[in-house]
Design a protein around this ligand. Structure first.
Ligand code: HEC
Length: 292
């Protein structure tokens, strides 16, 4: 009984603490409030901000940050919210309060500042410059069996562009197969190379098509390029595998056991039907004798 009382009072204390802190103002010291955002708003850290938001905040604050997530939470796009300085918002995200978790240990500072920029852009989309067009060129090294993508500006100066994540694919019959690393970022010379995987079956001549894409990138508009190479193993058709009796063979190449079984079933069923009809006639005959 005493134990129950103790645990009950502990629960009560915790509960009232919760109520108390919920009603308390979220105070942020002026030092923290003045802390400037070290990141400019650009498409690159916008991508980080967006990812961080969907990974860590969306569930509670809602997909549009309007507070309509799975739990009751404040809107992060309201006028009152947006009036706060980046420093205040940063402090609140790092420390957390009640149901708002502290992200100090969970996110890097850079991710938090990016998420703040992302929230600013949600209410003011023109704050981030639009993505630009780039050109993607592919070249192949037959000795190394590798493909190099070169990303450069559209104009005649062909300015190399660094840090563009290129997605490489092999064209297959029913879609694209991703090759290369999870991220293949261009180096300072605007280039990145992937090795062609081994044991890839190509067409009848062993030809394979590699496709490279710039896609889902905040800084650059989607673009793609393709290159064909005879680096695969040639596809063999008319293989002798198909020339003997097997399940995958043609009509005249079906396995004998299958022929006997299928035809045996048909024969068996007909035999039963004929036997039944024969017996019906016998019964009729027998009946006549009886009536006489
Ligand atoms: C588990 C749910 C949950 C998650 C996850 C969450 N929040 Fe919150 N957040 C809340 C709740 C609830 C409050 C209100 C806290 C209070 O005032 O008592 C809040 C408050 C805030 C505030 C202060 C709002 C104001 O009016 O000043 C900010 C800023 C904020 N969250 C940003 C974020 C960001 C950014 C993330 C992701 C990195 C995030 N939150 C993730 C639930 C959550």
């Amino acid at each position: 009984m005493a134990k129950l009382k103790i645990s009950l009072s502990i629960i009560l204390v915790i509960f009232s603490l919760g109520v108390f802190s919920q009603s308390a103002q979220w105070m942020v010291s002026s030092d923290n409030a003045k802390k400037p955002n070290p990141l400019e708003i650009n498409p690159k850290n916008m991508a980080v901000g967006k990812n961080t938001f969907s990974k860590s905040c969306k569930a509670c604050h809602g997909i549009n940050a309007d507070g309509k997530g799975r739990i009751q939470s404040p809107s992060l796009i309201s006028e009152t919210f947006q009036k706060q300085t980046d420093g205040v918002i940063f402090y609140k995200i790092t420390t957390g309060k009640d149901k708002m978790p502290s992200f100090k240990a969970k996110l890097k500072e850079e991710e938090i500042w990016s998420v703040i920029n992302y929230l600013r852009v949600l209410v003011n989309p023109s704050a981030v410059p639009p993505a630009v067009d780039v050109k993607l060129e592919l070249s192949a090294d037959d000795g190394q069996k590798s493909i190099t993508a070169f990303v450069h500006s559209l104009d005649s100066t062909k300015q190399p562009i660094q840090d563009v994540d290129i997605h490489f694919y092999l064209k297959r019959d029913f879609g694209l197969m991703r090759i290369g690393e999870p991220a293949n970022n261009t180096k300072a010379d605007g280039k990145v190379t992937v090795n062609f995987p081994e044991n890839i079956i190509g067409d009848l001549d062993g030809k394979v098509t590699v496709i490279a894409k710039v896609e889902n990138n905040f800084l650059y508009n989607d673009t793609e390029s393709a290159i064909g190479r005879k680096w695969g193993t040639a596809l063999v058709s008319g293989d002798e595998k198909f020339n003997h009796r097997a399940l995958w063979g043609g009509r005249d190449k079906s396995p004998l056991w299958l022929l006997f079984m299928a035809n045996g079933i048909i024969f068996g069923v007909w035999a039963v039907i004929i036997y039944v009809i024969y017996n019906i006639f016998r019964i009729k005959k027998a009946g006549k004798i009886f009536i006489k």
